[in-house]
Design a protein around this ligand. Structure first.
Ligand code: FES
Ligand SMILES: [Fe+2]
Length: 396
């Protein structure tokens, strides 16, 4: 926590009640109040450089396609054919020639979403090509990252939420990076999305659980609390000897190979956007990862790695090494997520107690408590009560 304001002397260290990690009704409420109405990171502008290039993004009951128009502009739409509702584009990413063609009956949509053509058009009354176009989804680009939002809410624009980190992220070259060959990675984990976020939201466990990360930056790592929908963590590289060859090799080459300024060559920085997105800024690459909730106890972890445009062989090696450290970290975290989530159902479970070093996690929970106040209740409310809350959200 050093480097950030110290937590207050007395704060609630108890975390969220156990029921919030497996409630089906709460899951539905979270989809409606968080994931449908908060900015989601769909990719990077460099994922779709040419007109007709697209990426898809699904979350909860919503699915979107982001496509580059003939005019070079990015637009996002509900990936929902206006005829019978099937997906207009099916792949996670791809390219359309001239139009998006629905695979069901062949309706064609221009890249600006307007209806271009209808198979057997004379079997329909006259269709207004704009009115029957794809429905737009809000889109904002922040330093190259493409954010979408399915339903507008009181959440400010991304540029405002992340304004305090913009200069630093720009110094890491976030706007200019390009995809690596791997594309998006995904991994499924059998726990509630908050169990994943809880582990990621604190660095107290780095010393014990992540040997490589600890060797890389453990002694100088700190998390800043979540404030106004965003948070920052920084791991400045240790100077001392490392037991792990990957860390030794990474640290020995990164300082000389990174094209960034000295301040950025010596640290990994993470920018978190509530509720489920983290951007990683490294001297060799820019990454992101996020949790996509699949059901109350299943989560898709999704992310991507971007490289600097002109990458030397040495920098490529550095990126390979940092990716290796990240993969080990992901695996180490997954076991901890599973064990923590399992515990909430044990007869011995009596809540948790958080350290000052887990204050970032507490402030993340505070955001949840504000947006979904029912998580403050020690016991799960009845299903009917929860359904009424959901209906109230749906009514707006
Ligand atoms: S559902 Fe798309 S053309 Fe019929
Ligand atoms: Fe971790």
């Amino acid at each position: 926590m050093s480097g950030a304001a110290s937590p207050p002397v007395n704060w609630d260290r108890s975390g969220l009640p156990g029921w919030t990690y497996s409630s089906r009704e709460l899951f539905d409420l979270e989809l409606a109040t968080l994931f449908r109405t908060h900015w989601q990171l769909a990719g990077h502008v460099s994922d779709l450089p040419e007109p007709g290039d697209y990426i898809c993004f699904d979350i909860g009951h919503e699915r979107a396609v982001v496509i580059r128009g003939q005019d070079g502009r990015l637009r996002a739409f509900h990936n929902l054919c206006r005829h019978r509702g099937t997906r207009v584009v099916a792949d996670r990413r791809g390219h359309c020639n001239k139009a998006m063609i629905c695979p069901f009956h062949g309706w064609a949509y221009n890249f600006d979403g307007t209806l271009r053509g209808v198979a057997e058009a004379d079997t329909f009354p006259d269709l207004d090509r704009v009115a029957w176009g794809l429905k737009p989804v809000e889109l904002e680009v922040w330093l190259g990252f493409v954010f979408i939002r399915f339903v507008a809410s009181g959440q400010p624009p991304v540029a405002e939420l992340l304004a305090r980190y913009e200069a630093e992220a720009a110094a890491y070259g976030a706007a200019d990076v390009v995809p690596t060959g791997d594309g998006f990675w995904t991994d499924e984990i059998a726990v509630n999305w908050k169990a994943v976020r809880d582990v990621d939201n604190e660095g107290y466990h780095v010393r014990q659980a992540h040997p490589a990360l600890h060797d890389l930056y453990g002694t100088a790592y700190h998390d800043e609390p979540f404030e106004r929908g965003a948070a920052r963590s920084e791991g400045r590289f240790n100077d001392g000897p490392s037991r792990l060859w990957s860390v030794r090799a990474y640290r020995s080459i990164i300082g000389d190979t990174s094209p960034l300024a000295p301040a950025q060559r010596g640290a990994w920085v993470y920018i978190a956007l509530f509720p489920n997105t983290v951007i990683g800024l490294y001297p060799d690459s820019v990454t992101y990862y996020q949790e996509i909730p699949l059901d109350a106890e299943r989560t898709l972890q999704r992310g991507a790695v971007y490289r600097h445009r002109d990458e030397s062989r040495a920098l490529r090696l550095a990126r390979y090494l940092s990716g290796r450290i990240d993969r080990d970290t992901l695996e180490e975290d997954q076991m901890l997520c599973v064990w923590s989530a399992e515990a909430t159902k044990s007869s011995a479970y009596d809540g948790v107690i958080l350290s000052d070093l887990e204050y970032g996690l507490k402030t993340f929970h505070d955001h949840l408590r504000e947006k979904v106040p029912v998580v403050c209740l020690p016991e799960e409310p009845g299903a009917e009560d929860m359904r009424q809350q959901l209906a109230a959200v749906d009514r707006g």
